[in-house]
Design a protein around this ligand. Structure first.
Ligand SMILES: *Cc1c(COP(=O)(O)O)cnc(C)c1O
Length: 385
């Protein structure tokens, strides 16, 4: 069998060679504790601050607005619990979010509901884009935080963050966006988006797992979640992960400068999408055009997404049924249900997420293999469309 094809980049990416080299070099040579006073520490501190400046420059932020975290989940938790907690001090205990968010956001909101916050979950349309009418109507007084993701991780659909941020600010609310799937896929400037808080994660952009960042606009009220030695200006204690921070800075720069290459990726995606949709009984989930360049989510009528993923795996193709964090539990995707799919159709979805590392030959093999397997599964189960 030819080499395996990795088409699951929205769940995680390999570490790029360049990033791995940066990480290894820091671990070997620049391993001091950035908080000390001697030379070994000073060099580590310089590295952390240089990395912070690089990340900030890539996002159009000031360095003091970038805080390193253990990843997207921590950044999401901190943005929501930290900002909501601070806003509650001025009597704003309401949060507006939407039903297609990542579990890190939904579960953080649910946790706040247990401590006297109220949360409105706005619906999404059939293209998995937030219903802005409903959203704008629900942004009234006493809202402390609006949290809407930039790019959905299951469908790739894009939300109009700039308009939503403007509406949030008109009512005196803070605006947070989970941009974990947006960075490297779409142009991303915090000032153009007009958000107060924005989360990114390393392992979705070819850095290691366990590193990410939260952008906090200067002056944004937020309380810290992690207390301790006072690192990150007292906002996120814990000895800095210097090696991963340096690798992350490299990955962020590479991701942002790689946006110029997304036209090639778009072409691959278009071919993948067209090829798969030629299989009978298929429908595309998410927005038909306005979508992250690497994500193709398709429902195969009469076929379980999980068994299709297993068959693809046995044929050397790696894809996901739903998001990695929720797949494997048998429940249909909350995102696809939110955009109006029946439980059957939601359970028959498979997400292919490709990157510029995939080749045109790989795309053809994915299409052929999927068509063959879907045909076989339907034959086996006597499914006539
Ligand atoms: C992967 C992902 C996260 C979580 O990031 P981790 O670094 O894995 O904790 C959050 N939001 C979105 C949209 C994601 O795709």
């Amino acid at each position: 069998m030819p080499g395996a094809i990795y088409a699951d980049h929205a769940s995680t990416c390999p570490v790029s060679r360049k990033v791995a080299e940066v990480v290894a070099a820091v671990m070997a040579e620049n391993w001091g504790n950035p908080s000390g006073l001697h030379g070994k520490s000073r060099r580590a501190r310089e590295l952390v601050e240089k990395s912070r400046a690089r990340v900030a420059a890539a996002l159009g932020a000031y360095p003091d607005e970038i805080f390193f975290t253990s990843g997207g989940t921590e950044a999401d938790n901190w943005a929501i619990k930290g900002a909501a907690g601070a806003m509650a001090l001025s009597g704003r205990r309401r949060i507006v979010t939407d039903s297609s968010e990542h579990p890190a956001v939904l579960a953080s909101c649910a946790a706040l509901e247990h401590s006297d916050f109220s949360v409105s979950y706005i619906g999404v349309d059939r293209h998995c884009v937030v219903n802005t009418e409903e959203l704008f109507d629900s942004i009234t007084e006493n809202i402390g935080l609006v949290s809407v993701m930039y790019v959905n991780n299951e469908t790739g659909s894009i939300n109009p963050i700039r308009e939503i941020a403007a509406a949030a600010h008109r009512s005196g609310s803070l605006m947070f966006t989970d941009a974990v799937q947006a960075i490297g896929s779409l142009p991303l400037s915090v000032s153009e988006l007009g958000v107060d808080l924005l989360s990114v994660s390393g392992h979705k952009i070819f850095a290691p797992k366990g590193i990410g960042a939260l952008y906090v606009r200067r002056g944004t009220p937020i309380i810290q979640l992690i207390d301790g030695g006072g690192q990150e200006h007292g906002m996120r204690s814990g000895t800095e992960n210097t090696a991963f921070i340096a690798g992350f800075a490299q990955a962020v720069e590479d991701a942002v400068s790689g946006i110029g290459r997304t036209s090639g990726l778009m072409e691959l995606r278009r071919r993948l999408e067209t090829g798969l949709l030629e299989i009978p009984g298929t429908t595309l989930n998410g927005h038909p055009e306005d979508r992250a360049p690497g994500i193709v989510n398709i429902s195969f009528r009469g076929v379980s997404g999980e068994s299709l993923v297993s068959w693809l795996d046995m044929n050397g193709i790696y894809a996901s049924a739903g998001a990695a964090c929720s797949s494997g539990n048998g429940a249909p995707s909350h995102v696809l249900l939110a955009c109006g799919l029946s439980p059957e159709l939601a359970s028959s979805a498979v997400r292919f997420s490709i990157s510029f590392e995939n080749t045109a030959e790989e795309i053809e093999r994915i299409i052929e293999t999927t068509a063959r397997i879907v045909g076989n599964i339907r034959k086996l189960n006597s499914i006539n469309l």
